[in-house]
Design a binder for this molecule. Structure first.
Ligand SMILES: [Zn+2]
Length: 585
């Protein structure tokens, strides 16, 4: 495939147009299907036959498939131009419609969760590829309250915790940050400001961080109040009412990871803080600094960046996949051949990047904003890795098609590592090589150690707030967390006490962040195995990916000989990183 310009995707296989009769027809069909499903409610009893039960599950699957097709079209069409008012309206209406359908279908999972163990066992035994999906719903049963209680919580959350977290977004999204650039003071959004924290100019990096935290320390007391309230709400609902053993156990159950595995992961990360401390000392020497300041963590070591045209970028990514496994390259090519890749930059288009896998029978859609930097190249490999993951799982039913959170980044992160290996093989310019290698460790820091210490802070903060800690106490604890993380390797300044108040995940999805550390350490270990075993590794890796979300992460990985309940497994990832860092010195 020859491509000299970033491509645009086509949504034609979903719907030919946003305002044609097809979408209206599909919505009417969806309503008919839901009405039919509602009628089958009378079949639900402990004596339902296995065949009737399976028929119902399949009926629900068909409804969800059509719903996902409609919702995906509205979302993807909106991403093409977020300023298009018709697209905004279509998206809002579709979301509303989907929420209503969810509510109308809620009766099935409510019944299934409450069903006694004996009939549930009988039905699960005959549920074939739907088994894990059905088990997952029942895992929530011990923490489910009565129907009226659940209704009250649902209602109250909409105006309570969810409203507060939306308010946090609304408040912080309005923040603008002052920065002097080329002699003129300008105002920047946070996303724009972040680019300056990676500037080759040390004074620009410092100024960007100072600007960021001048706002967050001023606003910190009020943001901290929002945070404390959310944390108290999380505890009242989940620990007091739903009887989870701890605040983090809620997320662990959703991820289907045992509490002790998550504890082990975080402890191994904490114990390995010196790995990155040594890296920061090495980076200081490389940059010619006596000591790295917190401002310099992401400093590039090369003064300028190499640029890659889109055609060249696609060829590099494709080739890195092919060198690993020609089947991977073929799947990535399908994304381009089926016109699912939107890589061009245009006004109004959603920024960032994602891969959306809609249905097992459809090649996924990939969005990036390609601008020619090494970062854009890595993003392209990352998102195409997601697409390969989804394509390998295409034989699964919709309900177990999506990989669960701890495994969701396996193919994408692996693809980024393949790209770097492939680039290093052909790059002869020493400066570019070193830049690539340092960037790789910078990213590993940001995904593993930074996120693990975030999660350690969350565990501590939820406990402390439960015992009445003030916002000032949280700052003091965060400061302690940073000192444990950096030791003497990095110069910290006061404003970073407020960093926790600036992390949206803490407000919106408590304990979400440890999944990043999980995923990246897993991929390091897998990559290590690949380097040791060569092509013998391929079938095992393919088996992990093609399992999608059809079993728990522990079960999927165990089949590939990986034991996440063992400390040695996690330590292996750090050992590999330690080796790579020592090669940089
Ligand atoms: Zn990803």
């Amino acid at each position: 495939m020859q491509m000299d310009k970033p491509t645009r995707w086509s949504l034609d296989v979903l719907f030919p147009s946003p305002d044609g009769p097809e979408i209206k027809k599909a919505l009417a069909e969806l309503d008919r299907m839901v009405a039919k499903a509602e009628k089958s409610r009378r079949l639900l009893s402990p004596r339902i036959s296995g065949a009737a039960f399976l028929g119902l599950v399949k009926q629900f699957e068909e409804i969800r498939s059509l719903a996902r097709r409609i919702a995906a079209f509205a979302e993807l069409h909106f991403c093409e131009n977020t300023q298009d008012q018709a697209a905004q309206t279509l998206l809002a209406n579709t979301e509303q419609h989907m929420a209503e359908i969810e509510n109308r279908l809620l009766f099935f999972s409510t019944w299934w969760k409450a069903l006694p163990a004996a009939p549930a066992r009988r039905l699960l035994a005959g549920s074939g590829p739907y088994r894990y999906y059905l088990e997952q719903i029942r895992r929530m049963a011990p923490h489910t309250l009565s129907e009226p209680e659940e209704k009250v919580i649902n209602l109250k959350n909409a105006t309570g915790s969810r409203a507060l977290s939306t308010l946090y977004q609304a408040i912080t999204n309005r923040y603008m940050f002052d920065l002097e650039v080329d002699g003129a003071r300008k105002q920047f959004s946070r996303a724009e400001l972040t680019v300056f924290t990676r500037s080759p100019d040390a004074s620009v990096r410092e100024a960007a961080y100072r600007s960021l935290y001048s706002v967050y320390s001023r606003e910190g007391p009020i943001l901290g109040q929002i945070y404390s309230t959310l944390v108290r709400d999380w505890r009242s609902e989940n620990v007091s009412l739903r009887k989870f053993s701890s605040p983090v156990a809620v997320r662990n159950l959703a991820n289907d990871l045992p509490d002790k595995v998550v504890r082990l992961l975080l402890e191994v990360c904490r114990a390995n803080a010196p790995v990155f401390q040594q890296y920061f000392e090495l980076k200081a020497r490389t940059l010619g600094l006596p000591k790295l300041r917190r401002y310099d963590i992401y400093a590039p070591i090369a003064p300028s960046e190499k640029q890659y045209g889109f055609g060249r970028a696609w060829e590099l990514v494709r080739r890195s996949f092919e060198e690993f496994d020609p089947a991977f390259a073929t799947l990535a090519e399908r994304v381009v051949a089926d016109r699912r890749l939107d890589a061009e930059v245009r006004p109004g288009k959603r920024d960032g990047a994602f891969c959306m896998s809609v249905l097992p029978s459809l090649t996924p859609w990939v969005l990036t904003n390609y601008q020619g930097r090494a970062y854009d190249l890595a993003t392209l490999a990352h998102e195409l890795g997601h697409a390969v993951h989804a394509l390998l799982a295409e034989d699964l039913p919709l309900f177990t098609y999506d990989a669960s959170l701890p495994l969701a980044e396996t193919a994408s992160t692996f693809a980024e590592m393949l790209l770097v290996e492939s680039l290093l093989k052909e790059e002869t310019d020493q400066a570019v090589r070193r830049d690539l290698l340092f960037r790789q460790v910078d990213d590993a820091y940001a995904t593993i150690m930074r996120q693990a210490f975030f999660a350690l802070f969350e565990v501590e903060a939820h406990d402390a707030v439960g015992k009445g800690a003030s916002v000032e106490d949280l700052c003091a604890r965060y400061w302690g967390n940073l000192q444990a993380q950096f030791g003497n390797s990095v110069e910290l300044t006061e404003e970073f006490r407020w960093e926790w108040a600036a992390i949206p995940h803490f407000y919106e999805m408590p304990f979400y962040v440890y999944a990043y550390a999980f995923g990246q350490l897993l991929v390091l270990a897998l990559f290590h195995q690949y380097q040791a075993e060569g092509s013998a590794f391929l079938p095992r890796f393919t088996r992990i990916l093609s399992a999608g979300g059809s079993a728990s992460p522990a079960a999927i990985l165990k089949r590939a000989g990986i034991h996440i309940e063992k400390a040695e497994f996690w330590q292996g990832g750090f050992d590999l990183l330690g080796q790579r860092i020592s090669q940089l010195g």
